[in-house]
Ligand binder design. Structure first.
Ligand code: NDP
Length: 326
C-alpha cells in the first residue's frame, strides 16, 4: 500500500516537500476484515487547518476516498462493492467495515462514483444543509456565495436558484465566471480583477443581500457584511483566505454591523446533520439526475500527483470538485 504522509507541519501554503510517499506491505486479512483499493480520493480545504489540529508530523494525510473491495473475509462486504471511506491518502487499506458508507442504492451505473466525494457527497451535503437550514433562503431573496465555482459554492448557487433566489457569486478566474453563468448564476465577478470588492458587490445587487454563504472570510467578508439587508442570514462555512495564516489578521470589526442590521451569523460543521446526511444526498442525486444541479470535476490523474492536486486546489486550479484518480 502506498500512502502520502505530512513530513512537517505546513508553514504558509503547503509545498511539495511537505509530503512524503511511503510504501508498506499490508498483513494478510483476518476473519471479519476486508481489503479495499482507493479509486478516487478527495482533496479538500479542511485538510489545511485540520492538519494542524489533529495530525502529527509523519502521519498519513487525512482524507476520504471512494474505494472498491478487492478481498473480503467479512460476509457483509462483497468483493467489487464501492464504499466511501475516511482512511487518508492511501491506495489500499484494511477495514472491518466500520465507518465505511456504501454508495446510495439508487446510484445509476452511468454516474461517476467520484461524485460521492463532491456534489452528492460531503461538499454537496454541506451546501444543502448550510444553505437551507442556516441561510433559510426564500423565493426572491438575493443570495451571495464566494468560492462559488468550487465544490460547495457551485452547489449552493444552484440550490438557491432551485429555491427561486437571485444568486451572486465570486470566483478567482474569468473561466470560472463563465462557468458560473453557464450553471445559472445571475451575477458573477472575478474577485481578483475587480478594482473594488464593495463596488462589485453593489453592482451585482444594488439592493443588498438577504443571504451570504461564506467560504472565504477576510477582506471579502469586510466588504460583504455592510451590504447585508436588515435581518440577513450568514452561514459561515469556511474561511479559506485565512487557512494559511499563522496569526489571524487583525480585524474585521464586525460587531456594529451585526448589531445594527440585526444579522444572524452562524458557524457550522456539516457533521451537525450526520443523522440526515442521506436525506441530503438523496435530494442532491435526484437533482443531478434531473439535470437541475450540474456538476463539474477537476480530476488529477495518478496517486503520485496527490500533493500537487491538493496544492493546486488550495491555489484555485479547480473548477468544481477537486478529485484525485488513482
Ligand atoms: P473549493 O472547491 O471551493 O476549492 C477551494 C477554492 O478556494 C479554490 O478553488 C479557490 O478558488 C478558492 N480560494 C483559495 N484561496 C482563496 C483566497 N485567498 N481567497 C478566496 N478564495 C480562495 O473547495 P470546497 O468547495 O471544498 O470548500 C469551500 C469552502 O467550504 C472552504 O472554506 C472549506 O473549508 C469549506 N467547507 C466547510 C465545511 C463545513 O462543514 N463547514 C465542509 C466542506 C467545506 P478561486 O479561484 O475562486 O480563488
Amino acid at each position: 500500500s502506498k500512502s502520502w504522509t505530512m513530513v512537517k507541519h505546513f508553514a504558509g501554503a503547503p509545498k511539495p516537500e511537505d509530503f512524503k510517499l511511503i510504501e508498506k506491505e499490508l498483513p494478510p486479512l483476518q476473519e471479519g476484515e476486508i481489503l479495499l483499493e482507493s479509486v478516487f480520493l478527495s482533496v479538500d480545504p479542511y485538510m489545511r487547518p485540520y492538519s494542524r489540529r489533529i495530525m502529527k508530523e509523519g502521519d498519513v494525510m487525512i482524507g476520504s476516498q471512494v474505494a472498491r473491495i478487492i478481498e473480503s473475509k467479512n460476509s457483509a462486504f462483497a468483493v467489487g462493492g464501492y464504499y466511501v471511506g475516511n482512511c487518508g491518502w492511501t491506495t489500499h487499506f484494511i477495514s472491518n467495515g466500520k465507518g465505511l458508507h456504501p454508495l446510495l442504492s439508487e446510484w445509476p451505473g452511468s454516474l461517476p462514483r467520484s461524485l460521492a466525494l463532491g456534489t452528492v457527497g460531503m461538499p454537496g451535503v454541506t451546501a444543502y444543509f448550510g444553505l437551507l437550514e442556516i441561510c433559510n433562503p426564500k423565493e426572491g431573496d438575493v443570495v451571495l456565495v464566494n468560492s462559488a465555482a468550487g465544490a460547495v459554492g457551485s452547489v449552493v448557487g444552484q440550490i438557491a436558484k432551485i429555491k427561486g433566489c437571485k444568486v451572486v457569486g465570486s470566483a478567482g478566474s474569468d473561466d470560472k465566471i463563465q462557468y458560473l453563468k453557464e450553471i445559472g448564476f445571475d451575477e458573477a465577478f472575478n474577485y481578483k480583477t475587480v478594482s473594488s470588492l464593495e463596488e462589485a458587490l453593489k453592482k451585482a445587487s444594488p439592493e443588498g443581500y438577504d443571504c451570504y454563504f461564506e467560504n472565504v472570510g477576510g477582506k471579502f467578508a469586510d466588504a460583504a457584511l455592510p451590504q447585508m439587508k436588515d435581518f440577513g442570514r450568514i452561514a459561515v462555512c469556511g474561511a479559506i483566505s485565512m487557512y494559511n495564516d499563522a496569526v489571524p489578521p487583525s480585524g474585521p470589526y464586525i460587531q456594529p454591523t451585526l448589531l445594527f442590521k440585526q444579522l444572524r451569523m452562524e458557524g457550522f460543521l456539516v457533521t451537525r446533520w450526520s443523522d440526515k446526511y442521506q436525506e441530503g444526498q438523496k435530494q442532491l442525486l435526484k437533482w443531478v439526475l434531473e439535470g437541475k444541479v450540474k456538476y463539474h470535476e477537476h480530476i488529477t490523474k495518478g496517486f503520485e500527483n496527490m500533493p500537487a492536486g491538493f496544492i493546486g486546489m488550495l491555489s484555485g486550479e479547480n473548477t468544481g470538485k477537486a478529485i484525485i484518480q488513482v
